[in-house]
Write a protein that binds this ligand. Structure first.
Ligand SMILES: C[S@@+](CC[C@H](N)C(=O)[O-])C[C@H]1O[C@@H](n2cnc3c(N)ncnc32)[C@H](O)[C@@H]1O
Length: 231
């Protein structure tokens, strides 16, 4: 069901034959993830908190999670919740990264990421806690997270950063409708941020109607613009 495709920066992406869609930009999978989610997400502005709570919508191959681990600020803890209703087979996921010309630096953490069953957080490396929920984002509510967090001695009032990495609106429109975006915004903290490779007008209008301050930013190679939305 998934075909491996080499992208322009020597990293790879997967092609989903059912949706006729790739997991990343064919202009450079690694470059896109670094630009959209690390540079214009994690690093977009300093989070003035000791603990950052990240929600990734669409864990896919785990590339964004591995890059976040690599770029974690030393003095901050990260609690990373990834959502993926259709996880790849573990062996396919591991094999995917073996083709990269330059593998993510923290690739050795992949197996531990994939072992998490979503019932709690695993400390992958010092200060990086990870939880993988194998359900649709539409089925998640703030109460579900509060339950998971209740066993930890940390303050959680919603996600500070959302990596919104769904398949394109033309392929999976239900990910981008007002209902889904509204439900995600209800799981975000005050002064939080959502980042996405997508700059579609309807997506930005939905975000604005939910109270986001929407900023258009230069996109990764092959894309004129991407979106950062401050909540
Ligand atoms: C563009 S890919 C994500 C790529 C991924 N972030 C990575 O680094 O490899 C979109 C992902 O969203 C997942 N997805 C599909 N429906 C979803 C839903 N209802 N809720 C959350 N994720 C969903 C897909 O299975 C796919 O893995």
């Amino acid at each position: 069901m998934h075909q491996l495709i080499k992208t322009n920066d020597g990293s790879f992406t997967l092609y989903n034959e059912v949706l006729d869609e790739t997991y990343h930009s064919v202009n450079g999978a690694l470059t896109e993830s670094l630009h959209v989610f690390i540079k214009n997400g994690l690093m977009y502005r300093p989070f003035e908190k000791n603990e950052i709570h990240i929600l990734e919508v669409g864990f896919g191959t785990g590339l964004n999670a591995l890059l976040t681990l690599e770029h974690k600020p030393i003095d901050q803890k990260i609690f990373y919740t990834a959502v993926e209703p259709y996880p790849l087979k573990t062996e396919d996921n591991i094999a995917y990264f073996e083709h990269f010309e330059t593998a993510p630096k923290k690739l050795s953490a992949l197996a531990s990421l994939l072992q998490n069953d979503g019932s709690n957080f695993t400390e992958i490396e010092s200060g990086f806690y990870f939880s993988l929920l194998t359900q649709k984002i539409q089925s998640l509510k703030m109460a579900d997270h509060l339950l998971r967090y209740s066993e930890l001695a940390v303050f959680f009032e919603g996600f500070d950063l959302v990596y919104f990495d769904a398949f394109a609106p033309q392929k999976q429109s239900e990910m981008w409708n007002l209902e889904t975006l509204s439900s995600i915004s209800e799981q975000m903290s005050k002064k939080s941020l959502l980042t996405s490779y997508c700059a579609q007008g309807q997506f930005k209008r939905h975000l604005k109607s939910l109270g986001f301050n929407v900023i258009g930013i230069e996109g990764p190679p092959g894309k004129r613009e991407m979106t950062v939305a401050l909540f």
